[in-house]
Design a binder for this molecule. Structure first.
Ligand SMILES: Nc1ncnc2c1ncn2[C@@H]1O[C@H](COP(=O)(O)OP(=O)(O)OP(=O)(O)O)[C@@H](O)[C@H]1O
Ligand SMILES: O=C(O)c1ccc[n+]([C@@H]2O[C@H](COP(=O)([O-])O)[C@@H](O)[C@H]2O)c1
Length: 186
């Protein structure tokens, strides 16, 4: 079994995440893609509550035939959002799985600040996807959607519902829970 991990804040999940996961599932020989929301972010990003981001990731998973799943592993005690530690735990727990790690090309500039990236490369195949606007050498595949959670949060703050950028089930959860300043149930 081959699993690709897509870690992130998912604050909120959007079609860029869905396209990245679908692309990897369709072309990179993996059986499943697991969304891995951060419980705490190593660089201190502020996020909506973990449980809400998990619920929104689950809503996005329901857009697929079952190959996309959400893992809550980063909420386990002892983990701090450093991917090397999470991956080591996953490797120990699922010894027969072969792991890939998906990152967007915008992250490349941060990698020198990651903990033990060389160990991540030993434990997994790292797939760097071409995020539109962030060209870099050695990326895999065509440029993917020009969409970010930051833009979505900005649109929501201005009262615009980005229904063309966010899966409808994700927006429905955000609305029902009153996230991002949305009026509950609006
Ligand atoms: N449009 C996209 N195309 C390709 N990769 C993406 C895209 N959006 C996010 N990713 C990748 O998904 C992972 C998680 O991203 P994250 O949840 O931080 O989303 P984001 O849109 O970058 O959020 P924010 O705007 O809040 O920083 C990262 O590896 C990121 O590079
Ligand atoms: O391992 C690290 O040192 C490290 C440092 C920064 C970010 N990460 C991971 O990178 C993933 C994407 O992070 P971000 O900043 O795009 O939300 C997410 O799973 C983070 O936990 C990991």
């Amino acid at each position: 079994m081959q699993v690709a991990l897509l870690g992130g804040s998912f604050n909120p999940p959007h079609v860029g995440h869905l396209m990245a996961a679908s692309y990897v599932h369709a072309t990179q020989g993996v059986d499943e893609v697991w969304l891995m929301p951060s419980a705490q972010h190593p660089f201190g990003k502020q996020m909506e509550a973990f449980e809400h981001r998990v619920a929104m990731c689950d809503a996005m998973c329901r857009e697929t035939s079952g190959w996309l799943k959400t893992t809550r592993i980063e909420s386990e005690p002892g983990l701090t959002g450093r991917t090397v530690d999470t991956l080591a735990l996953l490797v120990e727990r699922h010894p027969s799985v072969r792991w890939s790690l998906i990152i967007g090309s915008d992250i490349l500039r941060d990698l020198p600040h990651w903990k033990d990236f060389h160990r991540i490369q030993e434990m997994s195949r790292v797939l760097v996807l071409y995020r539109a606007g962030y060209p870099a050498p050695d990326t895999v595949g065509p440029p993917l959607a020009e969409v970010s959670s930051t833009v979505i949060r900005e649109l929501l703050a201005r009262g615009t519902e980005p229904s063309d950028l966010v899966p409808s089930g994700v927006l429905a959860h955000a609305r029902a829970a009153g996230l991002y300043g949305l009026r509950r149930g609006k």
